[in-house]
Design a protein around this ligand. Structure first.
Ligand code: GCV
Length: 724
């Protein structure tokens, strides 16, 4: 009995502590923990315990609130907000035009380099005063600068001689929520949708504000609230009231709301008989709808549209094309300054061309025909957010149309929210890829920031990994993917290394002994998952529908291009998809420099080998291994890398609280189990074709192929519910 009570009390404390940890995780990278280094703390106090904040706008008030929250916690003392400063030290936070004259001239040089919502942080010596100034042309810029200033403190930078000028390099820095109106999230692995439609508009969850703070802290300035597999109801007055409530909260954090527009909405909620974009009534319906939206959300960003893709309706249902559809909507939002973001994720069930080629084939002929407020949103690779893909050939090839990059932050094909995978490494690889479309150095980053072709509108979208889990993203390290996406949308030239370090210091610790090995672990984690899921260019060999776990054997789905066997094409002779001129010739969609290199299995980067080539099992790689052995060894390497991650994490115990340690450690154990599952299932399956033994160094599977094939997961998270 006594033992039982003890156990209950223990459980209670355990839960409280676990909860405490999760509440800490809730704060994301905005934890603002006390600075323990006494020298640093003294210098920060000197700079920032007296503050003057311009209070003329809601965004400046947000900056003030953030300082009021962060500084007392970090400095361990009270701070004073003053209306002006005569002498002594102070932090001055205001838009440039409101600064006192002497301060204005002290930062005027830096201000000349500020663009849009960029900002300046500068230490300035004036008569009687030493001032640290956070300023910008816009109040939003000041808010961004404030977050950066606080981040520098969190990561223990010396601020005595501060001089930072930073500008966002892309215009639209956007999250795409694949959130449904029933609060399920397509490909969501962190709970339900944040948007509590039933309680909106009256009930304003603190989460909406914290979501906005987190986004603003990295410069995210747009959010598409609803799934691209859209429900027209979001455009009805009842829901628009709720959208307004969210937009009202987000506005002062600089976040514009976009909605996904179901192409058939004029019929479904408008009572029309057609949604033909060339029909005058349909055009008028969209114009009226847009007017209605802007009347209640004056800064509405515009529409995000998935049309004629995976069963979604679109202009082709009426014999029209993407330009007809996009321009009709663009015409409606244009007078209000809105945009249409039209997705290029298309592949047809009636076309047996290699799926990897279809979006390019379909969209290239329209280059130059879209209105100037249309952006075409292109996924990073030509298939679908695989652990590794070559960059999408539309980047660089589509010269007269602004392309907005679509990355997937949620880990549909990367272990859900269970696997620790640091995605900025993947994002960086794509952004740095050279398209060669305008000579060497024509990187994807230059395509999307508009510098290659001079596009006026630019942007980056990330499919959100955020949900109602206390820690927002399911895995504590998945927060780094939200953070990293935001940082790269702000500046696509930042390195994954820098971003990992920034995130770790703000989230976990500034101890070098912790930061260095964990940063290495993060940077290696993406290659690890490629190795244990899709090595050497294998792709889309996931189990059906939910994409949880391996399913290379799946061959019975409604469309050939949904079946894994379509992608790996394993047979007794070899494995891989021939996309060279002897096969689908997808390489012709790239610049000749790339095509030539990729067409030859000897010169193609090894990581893309089986994406572009079907090769014999005994094909000899440069290092002398035969293909079958190389595949097997890569799977093993992936498993070994996860084992190494576990060891690294274990060594970090002294720098972590018990629960901080435990939550990641438990997840890593699942990751190891699943990495082995991938290795064993895939190797047993491919072995039925290769008919070769596993090479030395590869662990023998302990279960049979039949066992792996028998696994079913009807309730795996993130599958789209059927309401339509
Ligand atoms: C929103 C993939 C996903 C779908 C997603 C689609 C898209 O196919 O599996 O869930 O649908 O991409 O990006 O539109």
């Amino acid at each position: 009995m006594k033992l039982c009570r003890f156990f209950l009390i223990f459980l209670c404390f355990y839960n409280l502590e676990t909860n405490g940890q999760q509440l800490n995780d809730y704060k994301l990278w905005l934890k603002y923990e006390q600075i323990t280094d006494s020298k640093l703390s003294a210098s920060y106090k000197d700079i920032s315990s007296k503050i003057v904040v311009g209070e003329s706008t809601p965004s400046l008030l947000n900056a003030k609130e953030e300082l009021a929250l962060a500084l007392p916690q970090m400095l361990g003392t009270d701070i004073e907000f003053l209306s002006a400063i005569d002498k002594g030290n102070a932090l001055i936070v205001d838009v440039y035009q409101n600064l006192p004259v002497d301060l204005k001239s002290a930062v005027s040089k830096e201000m000349m380099d500020v663009k849009g919502d960029g900002f300046v942080l500068k230490s300035v010596k004036l008569t009687n005063k030493k001032v640290t100034v956070i300023t910008a042309k816009t109040d939003l810029g000041v808010l961004y600068g404030t977050f950066r200033f606080l981040h520098l403190m969190q990561s223990q930078h010396l601020l005595d001689d501060l001089k930072v000028v930073d500008n966002p390099k892309l215009d639209i820095r956007m999250l795409n929520h694949w959130d449904n109106l029933d609060r399920s999230v397509e490909r969501g692995y962190a709970g339900f949708s944040l948007w509590n439609w039933q309680k909106l508009p009256e009930y304003v969850d603190q989460r909406y504000i914290d979501y906005a703070r987190a986004n603003a802290s990295v410069g995210i300035n747009a959010t598409a609230l609803t799934n691209v597999n859209a429900n027209a109801l979001i455009l009805t007055p009842m829901y628009l009231e709720k959208v307004k409530a969210l937009a009202d909260i987000f506005r002062s954090y600089g976040i514009k709301v976009y909605l996904t527009a179901r192409f058939s909405a004029p019929m479904e909620i408008g009572g029309l008989e057609t949604a033909d974009p060339l029909n005058a009534q349909v055009q008028q319906w969209w114009k009226d709808k847009v007017k209605e939206i802007y009347a209640i959300v004056p800064d509405f960003g515009g529409f995000l549209v998935k049309a004629n893709s995976e069963g979604q309706p679109g202009p082709q249902n009426y014999g029209r094309n993407h330009v007809d559809g996009a321009n009709m909507m663009a015409e409606a939002v244009k007078p209000f300054g809105g945009n249409v973001i039209w997705r290029a994720f298309v592949y047809s069930e009636h076309d047996d061309t290699d799926r990897a080629k279809q979006a390019y084939d379909e969209f290239l002929p329209y280059d130059g025909n879209f209105m100037d407020n249309v952006l075409v949103q292109v996924k990073n690779g030509p298939i679908d957010f695989q652990p590794r893909e070559p960059f999408h050939p539309m980047f660089g090839a589509m010269k007269k149309t602004p392309l907005i990059m679509e990355f997937q932050i949620t880990q549909e094909y990367l272990g859900f929210s269970t696997h620790l995978v640091y995605l900025p490494k993947l994002f960086e690889e794509v952004l740095d890829a050279d398209t060669f479309q305008k000579g060497e150095g024509s990187t994807v980053a230059k395509v999307i920031d508009g510098s290659l072709y001079g596009n006026k509108l630019t942007g980056m979208a990330g499919v959100s990994n955020i949900g109602t889990d206390i820690n927002w993203t399911g895995h504590p390290f998945a927060q780094a993917n939200w953070y990293g996406f935001g940082r790269l949308a702000w500046d696509p030239y930042l390195s994954a290394n820098t971003i990992a370090e920034e995130w770790l210091r703000a989230t976990y610790s500034n101890e070098e002994e912790f930061v260095d090995p964990i940063k290495e672990m993060m940077l290696d984690s993406r290659e690890a998952i490629v190795n244990y899921m899709n090595p050497l260019g294998l792709h889309h060999i996931f189990d059906t529908g939910h994409h949880y776990g391996p399913g290379p054997w799946v061959d019975n789905l409604g469309r050939p291009d949904w079946n894994p066997v379509y992608y790996h094409k394993a047979d007794s002779l070899g494995v891989g998809f021939d996309r060279t001129p002897s096969g689908s010739n997808a390489t012709e969609q790239y610049a000749s420099e790339i095509a030539v290199q990729y067409n030859d299995p000897k010169t193609i980067p090894q990581e893309y080998l089986l994406w572009f080539h079907h090769l014999p099992w005994d094909y000899k790689l440069e290092n002398g291994e035969i293909l079958w052995d190389a595949i097997a060894l890569k799977y093993q390497e992936g498993v070994d890398q996860v084992t190494q991650m576990i060891k690294t994490w274990d060594r970090m115990k002294p720098y972590l609280s018990e629960n901080e340690y435990k939550e990641v450690s438990m997840l890593l154990e699942i990751q190891l189990k699943e990495a082995k599952w991938w290795r064993d299932a895939c190797l047993l399956y491919f072995q039925t074709f290769s008919n070769r033994p596993l090479p030395t160094g590869v662990e023998r599977p302990t279960k049979s192929l039949e066992y792996f094939k028998s696994l079913k997961f009807p309730f795996a998270p993130g599958i789209r519910p059927r309401w339509d």
